[in-house]
Design a protein around this ligand. Structure first.
Ligand SMILES: Nc1ncnc2c1ncn2[C@@H]1O[C@H](COP(=O)(O)OP(=O)(O)OP(=O)(O)O)[C@@H](O)[C@H]1O
Length: 306
């Protein structure tokens, strides 16, 4: 388990991470979300001991990451996809990491196959496309067969095929019982990948909850009710007496909040009003995310403008 406990990180006078606390639960995919500059990469670097918190602690299984004798068996990470010697072949790059970490050379061939880089394993990594570099970075993260994986913005700059590949890989790793912590500034990307979300803005924790709760908590969920014009006044009174908030849309539909579709349907039935449409609309995860991070983004926009 990864535990971030009251972590603050200052760079000079700027506060990158501000008293942040959360846990990454074992066996799940946790999405780490926030606008650009929210402090995600800084937090990940502190978990890996690449940066020191100004205060607080970032721990893996209750210990600093650097205290593990064989750290790559514990956590594999992709933080920067271009972190390799460009003149080295993909295979040699992985062999060097394996050698310096006491990992069997047999793992190199295994992970090259896992990320689909077999055919280009003998090519210099400097010639790789961004997608291939990402795959090489992920191969390095998988080398120690770790329980925990951390990926910082793994789909940045990838084409749709690459994005799909990473999503499938992450779900596959979770299905094997591994814990995955993956950052992104795109909510839509997390929708099909993550079980749980940790949302940050301006270095602070904004939300720490399962994805389905985030959707349910978003205020945009409503029901669209459509009835013939002559029944509209009666339907509006019944809904309003039932405690719903109603907005009459320009096309005559009623946008109903504060009541679910079953409730609105039962009311219509009780009043003998035939329904032309009854559609529950959930708010998209993207809407929910924007609602949550609005202040953090606005603040930044103002800061930049000032
Ligand atoms: N080495 C550094 N020196 C000074 N400031 C830094 C340093 N690293 C990060 N920062 C600042 O800390 C803040 C958080 O940056 P960080 O890269 O952690 O955010 P992020 O959420 O990962 O953003 P992005 O989505 O753009 O990658 C930013 O304001 C950034 O400019």
């Amino acid at each position: 388990m990864i535990e971030v406990r009251g972590v603050t990180k200052r760079y000079g006078r700027s506060l990158a991470v501000d008293d942040l606390s959360f846990q990454v639960r074992t066996g799940q995919v946790t999405g780490f979300l926030g606008p650009n500059g929210a402090g995600k990469s800084t937090t990940m670097r502190m978990i890996l001991g690449l940066d020191r918190p100004s205060s607080g602690a970032a721990l893996v299984d209750g210990r600093p990451y650097r205290s593990f004798r064989r750290p790559l068996h514990k956590v594999g990470a992709l933080l920067d996809a271009s972190a390799f010697h460009p003149g080295r072949t993909a295979r040699d790059h992985l062999r060097a990491i394996a050698l310096s970490n006491g990992i069997s050379p047999a793992r190199v061939a295994h992970v090259l196959g896992q990320v689909g880089l077999d055919p280009v394993a003998g090519k210099r990594a400097g010639t790789f496309s961004l997608g291939m570099k990402q795959r090489l970075g992920i191969a390095a993260a998988l080398l120690g067969d770790p329980e925990l994986l951390m990926f910082d913005e793994p789909v940045n700059g990838l084409d749709p095929e690459g994005v799909l590949w990473i999503r499938t890989l992450i779900r596959g790793l979770a299905a094997e019982g591994r814990t995955v912590f993956v950052s992104s500034h795109l909510m839509s990307e997390m929708e099909s990948t993550a079980d749980h979300l940790v949302v940050v803005g301006r270095g602070r924790l904004i939300a720490d909850l399962p994805i389905r709760e985030l959707i349910a908590a978003a205020s945009g969920a409503h029901v669209v009710v459509r009835v013939a014009a002559e029944h509209r006044p009666a339907m509006i009174s019944a809904l309003s007496a039932g405690g719903a908030q109603i907005t009459l849309e320009p096309d005559g539909a009623l946008k109903v909040a504060g009541m679910d579709a079953a409730g609105a349907g039962a009311l219509a039935h009780a009043c003998g009003i035939p329904l032309a449409e009854l559609s529950p609309r959930r708010s998209s995860l993207e809407d929910a995310y924007f609602e949550l991070t609005e202040d953090a983004v606005e603040y930044r926009a103002k800061e930049v403008a000032a």
